[in-house]
Ligand binder design. Structure first.
Ligand code: PMP
Length: 367
């Protein structure tokens, strides 16, 4: 099997699996219990928070604030957006036209309830980071932007965005969906969402960073766990796995850059390929269109040879991407878009097999 769909989800690493198993066998106590097993669970959670805070910024300076563990980034995004806007004075939100549905759909609901979401499209601006900050005014309560786009790998300079937004309006809060950016690009923000299963941890675990001094109401009410910010018994096993996966993360920009360079070189030797990931993209995600071969045909043809890629985004499940037009990609090219996304284990041999599969599929379809 050649797995090149790491932006959809990743294979849990051995360190994660071992940590989950160990926690299940030895530390299964309820973190709210007053006995020794409860204390052991509290310690696992505290250690995981420290690991995440250290890893989040991607720079030497750890972020100052709290981590709440969630069921995944969908919940983190819902908690952040609904929480901020519930308390906000202004009704205006600045965002991008390329957000994941777990942000876009929440914003649509807020719009139905009288809020205004200003959506900026990358295709319209040479300096997109600047354009987002420029759109902030005195009524803007929130900026919500993804660090790295899941379909193309397009990245924004989150650190510069944060500084520029605060310069324009210090009261505007900044939420970053960092699901695809975590451990890959430097991060900043008042609220930052991350997901375990994109970095070789399990599904069902995510986190929301909340900067010190920022108070939002919780989304999920109940027994008051996690300082009342997210009720529900903490999944200590998954948290232990998340911690281990972050510490064991092996992806490196150099490796991804080498793989992307190799792939682009090989694609350039084929006819009728359009690369949809521009220069301003992370190297681990490459989106391209094989003109004349519909995405699904390519996907299933590659799958028959044990090669796993994605058409656009896995979350859209065969639906036409709403995001790619905002990058200026034509409808025709969207129909033929393939997304390849790497992890540390991928090699140039994988890319040779992939490109061979693509060439054979093109031959077969065009014959
Ligand atoms: N945001 C982005 C950018 C994503 O790629 C994803 C996962 N496809 C999510 C949010 C949702 O994350 P989760 O699967 O953890 O709910």
């Amino acid at each position: 099997m050649i797995y090149l769909d790491n932006a959809a989800t990743t294979k849990p690493c051995a360190e994660c699996i071992n940590a989950v198993n160990a926690a299940m066998e030895q530390s299964f106590g309820n973190a709210s219990s007053l006995h020794k097993l409860g204390t052991a669970s509290i310690e696992i959670i505290a250690r995981a928070k420290k690991t995440l805070l250290g890893a989040l910024s991607g720079t030497k300076t750890p972020l100052d604030g709290n981590i709440i563990f969630t069921s995944g980034a969908t919940e983190s995004n819902n908690t952040a957006l609904l929480g901020v806007m519930q308390k906000a004075r202004g009704k205006r939100i600045v965002t991008t036209a390329v957000e994941h549905p777990s942000v876009a759909r929440v914003l649509a609901r807020l719009e139905e309830n009288g809020f205004e979401a200003v959506k900026i499209a990358p295709r319209d601006y040479a300096d997109f980071t600047e354009a987002l900050a420029d759109a902030v005014d005195e009524n803007t309560a929130l900026v919500s932007a993804m660090a790295v786009n899941n379909e193309t790998g397009f990245k924004i300079d989150v650190v510069r965005l944060y500084e520029n937004v605060k310069r324009k309006n210090p009261k505007t809060l900044v939420h970053i969906d960092a699901v695809q950016g975590f451990l890959k690009v430097p991060l900043a923000g008042d609220l930052i969402s991350v997901s375990g299963h994109k970095i070789h941890s399990t599904k069902g675990i995510g986190a929301l960073f909340i900067k010190k001094g920022i108070n939002i109401p919780p989304l999920i009410l109940g027994g008051g766990q996690q300082n009342n910010m997210r009720s529900g018994t903490e999944p200590v096993e998954l948290i232990a796995g998340f911690d281990a996966a972050v510490r064991a993360y092996r992806g490196s920009e150099e490796h991804f850059t080498r793989l992307k360079g190799y792939l682009l070189e090989k694609l350039a030797q084929m006819n009728d390929i359009a690369v949809n990931s521009s220069g301003n993209c992370v190297p681990n995600i490459v989106n391209f269109s094989v003109r004349g071969v519909r995405s699904e045909i390519m996907l299933h043809s590659l799958e028959e040879n044990g090669i796993y890629v994605s058409s656009g985004s896995a979350c859209s499940k065969g639906k036409k991407s709403e995001v790619l037009p905002a990058f200026g990609i034509s409808d025709k090219d969207i129909d033929c878009a393939v997304r390849v996304s790497f992890c540390a284990e991928n090699t140039t041999d994988d890319i040779d097999v992939l490109c061979d599969g693509i060439s054979k599929t093109i031959e077969r379809v065009r014959r």
